[in-house]
Design a protein around this ligand. Structure first.
Ligand code: B12
Length: 225
């Protein structure tokens, strides 16, 4: 893809303006937003992850790269179009306590917004109590939890337990989790309803769940009549 290498290297070099400009230019030239995300922004951040893991990059540089990724994502955001804008749902989303990674969560938020969902983003380092208070206040269809550290993934069951204690887990509020250290098995073990590997998969799974729920309600009504 044209510009993929340039965008990816702008991210790795932490060049915020360049990342934004290149994404904007790619869009103007007609490149598909999904392709820019998959072939330029994500590989850029993956390379940063590898360099960070291998000791070739350090925290301050990774922070700049994160800003460059976020700038590219912001440029992309208005172009992420809904497949079916008539579809509605509400999701409360946040990164768990002790964790300040938010690029993945922001991407998930952008994808849900683009697909007609109302997104209430609680930000990062969110304590269990705040997640539950937000569910109480907003009554969403979904609660989304993100964790990027093996040390913070254990905060997820804490949120689910508190949700259950308050009688808020189950229909309508289901829990979806994501983030590099978690997987389907972990999700099942803590009583989460869904696990998605990435933002696109998350939207797909949630839409499927809500459609099933909608159909179930319709069937129940027909049966009752
Ligand atoms: C960027 C980054 C940072 C940035 C974060 C900036 C920001 N604004 O987010 C900064 C520099 C601040 C940072 C700090 C730290 N980091 Co860091 N960081 C990363 C890095 C390089 C990239 C993560 C990222 O943003 N990826 C891009 C996004 C788009 O992908 P993603 O987050 O995986 O999200 C996707 C999916 O996971 C999923 N998803 C994510 N959330 C959700 C939520 C839901 C509901 C769903 C459905 C899906 C979903 O969808 C997303 C997109 O499709 C990773 C390396 C890596 N390979 O992951 C390390 C990494 C996560 N960090 C690590 C560490 C150790 C730290 C620090 C502890 C370092 C330190 N010594 O201080 C601190 C912790 C700070 C804290 N308390 O949180 C380790 C974690 C090791 C572990 N297993 O626990 C990693 C793996 C690096 C490494 N190899 O050692 N980090």
């Amino acid at each position: 893809m044209k510009y993929s290498w340039q965008i990816s290297s702008a991210i790795q070099a932490g060049e915020v303006d360049r990342s934004r400009e290149l994404v904007t230019r790619s869009l103007r030239e007609g490149l598909a937003p999904g392709e820019i995300l998959d072939k330029a922004l994500m590989p850029g951040m993956e390379a940063v992850g590898e360099k960070f893991g291998g000791g070739e990059m350090f925290l301050p540089e990774v922070m700049l790269s994160a800003s460059a990724f976020q700038a590219g994502l912001e440029a992309l955001r208005p172009w992420l179009k809904a497949d079916d804008a008539s579809f509605r749902g509400k999701i409360v989303l946040g990164t768990v306590a002790g964790d300040i990674h938010d690029l993945g969560k922001n991407l998930v938020a952008a994808m849900f917004t683009a697909n007609g969902f109302e997104v209430i983003d609680l930000g990062v380092n969110v304590p269990a109590e705040r997640f539950v208070a937000a569910v109480e206040e907003h009554r969403p269809d979904l609660l989304g939890l993100s964790a990027l550290l093996t040390t913070t993934m254990s905060r997820m069951p804490e949120v689910i337990r508190l949700l259950q204690k308050r009688g808020l887990h189950g229909d309508p509020c289901r829990v979806i989790i994501g983030g590099a250290p978690v997987n389907e098995e972990f999700a099942a073990s803590i009583g989460a309803d869904l696990y998605a590997e990435n933002a696109i998969e998350a939207v797909r799974m949630v839409r499927r769940l809500l459609l099933r729920r909608k159909r179930g309600e319709a069937v129940a009504k027909v049966g009752a009549g």
